[in-house]
Design a protein around this ligand. Structure first.
Ligand SMILES: [Zn+2]
Length: 489
């Protein structure tokens, strides 16, 4: 990767922050600092020339990506014919060197853009190639990654990352300056970053300019001086059951149960979305009505994304502010999204933004030095009865109330699961009804999608296929009863 030398700060102490590199050559965060991102929406420049300069950078990145992919493919083809053919190594340095040697012939216009545009494209291809080869060799878990494809203008992610040069939030707290692209006007006050940079408490490492929903965004990766954070308000452990009906059910050590609502923004806008979608396809592409409908759909999308983000940030911040230890389940979201015939269910999985919660908890709890515990994927938090340890009966699939085998009482599924998670792993090992004892080294990753024991259909054991992770997918918002090898009792 290019040097992360561009300093935004003025204070000498920032400039003298030791630049550490980990053994792998990757940039390491110095002690006492943390990595943080800041994103600002910026207005498209009024000046048509400046706006076209922005687009030209996006195009330059795409060109370099496709060009480098062409080189790689040509090398692979040549190698098939002649095994002694020497290929360009698949790394940024080598590919960029080749690009620089050939750019005057393949891209005579290269001088119009910052060299970072081409560098971003080549770096993106290197990542794509690495993901593909890791996936092929089994080093990368999860869904199979295909060989990189040529990017069309329609499909390409319009973005460019700057790692050197002038990347500044100006003291007026409205202007953001990027290399070659120049000054961009931020739609919001940049105070939250500017004051840190100005006082030497933050240093910009790189800046990414990207287009989404037709709008422009600048995100800064920064090193920010860490500050002591207040401890959690309640000293104790909390079990958090993530779900769809309610976003989270929290059981704390006092026995209190808290429910956090799910804003389900997609569900809320679905009717509106369909109406606008219909009106869009009835109109002539390029017409004003078509453009208006398209813009409306994009704004619904944007609203959805923001609401999900807000809900998960509020939840995770509340959790780290309150508890010193949080236990969550190891959800297999990729499988949940793909599995179970019900489209509405899969949609609500995406809508609940469950995937954002664990990463957010991970970094927020690391900042505070509190503990995040992830329960074993095979721990059936929702099926073990917390009060007596029996295996609860599910009157119907995904029922809210489960029935205790011994006393016949109704048990709230989410609250019960949250309590089980709070007491994990004790509850798992003491349960008499064959809950798999948690094994830290259990094959959670390679087993991809088998959180099996999917509701009633799991009882025959037929749907539990540990070796075919992608097919035997778990379809539920909860980690299910384990015992993948034995099938389900
Ligand atoms: Zn019971």
């Amino acid at each position: 990767m290019a040097e992360v030398a561009a300093l935004n700060g003025t204070a000498a102490e920032v400039a003298s922050t030791p630049k550490k590199r980990s053994p792998g050559g990757k940039f390491a965060i110095p002690d006492g600092w943390i990595a943080r991102g800041f994103m600002f929406e910026v207005a498209w420049p009024d000046d048509p020339e400046a706006a076209s300069r922005v687009r030209s950078h996006f195009g330059g990145r795409r060109f370099a990506y496709n060009w480098a992919l062409g080189q790689v493919k040509a090398d692979m083809d040549a190698k098939k014919v002649d095994p002694s053919h020497t290929s360009v190594p698949w790394n940024l340095y080598a590919l960029r060197k080749r690009f620089n040697a050939e750019k005057t012939t393949v891209a005579p216009w290269w001088g119009e853009n910052s060299k970072e545009a081409y560098s971003t494209g080549i770096a993106d291809l290197c990542v794509a190639l690495k993901n593909w080869s890791d996936s092929k060799s089994g080093k990368r878990k999860g869904r199979k990654v295909g060989f990189p494809k040529l990017r069309s203008r329609r499909k390409d992610q319009a973005r460019v990352r700057f790692t050197t040069g002038v990347m500044r939030v100006e003291p007026d707290r409205r202007t953001i300056t990027l290399p070659v692209v120049g000054a961009l006007r931020s739609m919001e006050n940049t105070r939250r970053l500017e004051r840190l940079v100005h006082s030497g408490k933050a240093r910009v490492l790189n800046a990414t300019l990207k287009e989404r929903w037709g709008r422009l965004f600048v995100s800064f990766s920064c090193l920010v001086e860490d500050h002591p954070r207040p401890g959690p308000t309640k000293d104790g452990r909390a079990g958090v059951d993530l779900g769809l009906r309610v976003l989270a059910t929290i059981a704390d050590s006092n026995g209190d149960i808290t429910e956090v609502e799910n804003p389900a923004p997609l569900r809320a806008t679905l009717v509106e979305r369909r109406r606008v979608g219909r009106s869009q396809i009835r109109r002539i592409p390029g017409s004003r009505g078509h453009d208006a409908a398209k813009a409306k759909l994009a704004s619904l999308d944007r609203r959805c994304v923001s609401l999900r983000k807000q809900a998960s940030h509020q939840l995770t911040t509340m959790l780290v502010d309150t508890y010193s230890e949080v236990v969550i389940e190891d959800l297999d979201l990729a499988a949940m999204k793909k599995s179970m015939g019900r489209r509405a269910f899969r949609r609500s999985v995406s809508d609940a933004a469950l995937g954002q919660i664990r990463p957010q908890l991970t970094y927020k709890m690391a900042w505070r030095g509190t503990t995040l515990t992830v329960a074993d994927r095979w721990f059936s938090s929702s099926k073990i009865h917390h009060a007596c340890g029996c295996r609860l009966i599910e009157p119907k699939k995904l029922a809210k109330q489960l029935v205790c085998v011994l006393t016949g009482e109704l048990v709230d599924r989410d609250a019960n699961a949250a309590k089980n998670l709070r007491d994990w792993p004790d509850i798992a090992s003491c349960s008499s009804v064959g809950a798999a004892a948690p094994k830290p080294s259990s094959p959670t990753g390679s087993g991809g999608g088998l959180g099996s024991d999917v509701g009633p259909s799991g009882t025959g054991g037929g749907s539990v296929r540990p070796s075919q992770s992608r097919k035997a997918a778990s379809g539920e918002a909860r980690t299910r009863k384990g015992t993948p090898r034995r099938g389900v009792a």
